[in-house]
Design a protein. Structure first.
Length: 242
C-alpha cells in the first residue's frame, strides 16, 4: 500500500515515489455536491413527514403550524437542489475536463466495456487502476441520478402549484397532473422516485467508502479540498476529452 510523504505516494518497499496528487474537483463541483447532499437529506425527511405526519402537537394547527413549516423547508430545499443541479450542468461545460469525465457514450462499444469492467473491478478486493475523474460506471449512475432529480423537480413543482391554481408554478408544471392521471398518482410517483434516490445514495456512500479504504486515492478528501492521490498506471480523465 502506498503512503503519503512530502506530497507524493511512496512505496513502502523501496521508498520511491510512485505517484502524487493532482487538483481534480473545482470549487463549484464541491459546493454543488454538498448542497445536493444536504438538500436530499432534508427533502427526504420533510417529505416523509408530509406524507405521514408522526408529530401531532397539542392545540390548534394555526398556532403550531408544524406541517406548514415542513412544507416550507421541503420547497426551500427543493429550490436549492434545483439551482445546484443547474449550476452543475453549467459547470459541465465551463469547468475542467474532470467536470466532464464519465459522461455516458452510448454510441461506443468501448463505453459498455468500460462500464462492465468497472463493475467487475468493484467486486475485487485488490487495488486496481483508478480514474482521476469519474469512471464510466459513475458517469452512467450520475446521469440516472440527474434524471431522477429532474422527475422529482417537475412533479414536485406541479404539486406545489396546486396550492395556487393559475399561478406561475401551476402554469409551468401543472400539465404534469392530468398527464399522469391526477394529483394522487403524481404524489405516488413522486414518493417512489424519492425512495429510488435514497437507494442511489446508499450505493454512492458504499462505493465512496470502498474507494477510500481499498484504492487509497483520497476520494473523500478530494470532494472537500479538491486534490486527489494517484499512482503510476492510474487513468487521468483530464486527457480523454477536449
Amino acid at each position: 500500500m502506498a503512503t503519503a510523504a512530502h506530497g507524493m505516494h511512496v512505496s513502502p518497499d523501496h521508498g520511491k515515489p510512485v505517484g502524487g496528487r493532482k487538483y481534480v474537483w473545482q470549487i463549484p463541483i464541491r459546493v454543488t455536491h454538498w448542497v445536493n447532499a444536504l438538500s436530499i437529506f432534508v427533502l427526504f425527511g420533510t417529505g416523509l413527514f408530509i406524507a405521514a405526519p408522526v408529530l401531532t402537537p397539542a392545540g390548534e394547527a394555526y398556532r403550531a403550524f408544524l406541517m406548514g413549516r415542513m412544507r416550507e423547508l421541503h420547497f426551500v430545499f427543493g429550490m436549492a437542489l434545483s439551482v445546484s443541479l443547474l449550476v452543475r450542468v453549467y459547470w459541465f461545460y465551463a469547468g475542467n475536463n474532470y467536470a466532464r469525465s464519465g459522461v455516458p457514450m452510448f454510441w461506443k462499444a468501448s463505453w459498455y466495456k468500460a462500464v462492465f469492467g468497472q463493475a467487475m473491478a468493484y467486486l475485487k478486493l485488490d487495488r486496481g487502476q483508478i480514474h482521476m475523474g469519474h469512471n464510466a460506471l459513475a458517469g452512467f449512475s450520475y446521469l440516472g441520478f440527474l434524471a431522477m432529480c429532474g422527475f422529482e423537480g417537475v412533479t414536485g413543482f406541479a404539486l406545489y402549484g396546486e396550492s395556487n391554481p393559475g399561478g406561475f408554478w401551476d402554469r409551468v408544471f401543472g400539465w404534469t397532473v392530468p398527464l399522469m392521471g391526477g394529483s394522487f398518482r403524481v404524489h405516488m410517483w413522486h414518493h417512489l422516485f424519492a425512495w429510488l434516490m435514497i437507494v442511489f445514495v446508499l450505493f454512492h456512500v458504499y462505493i465512496v467508502l470502498y474507494d477510500v479504504f481499498l484504492y487509497r486515492d483520497g476520494l473523500l478528501d478530494s470532494i472537500i479540498a479538491g486534490p486527489k492521490w494517484y499512482e503510476e498506471g492510474d487513468h487521468d480523465a483530464d486527457t480523454w476529452i477536449s
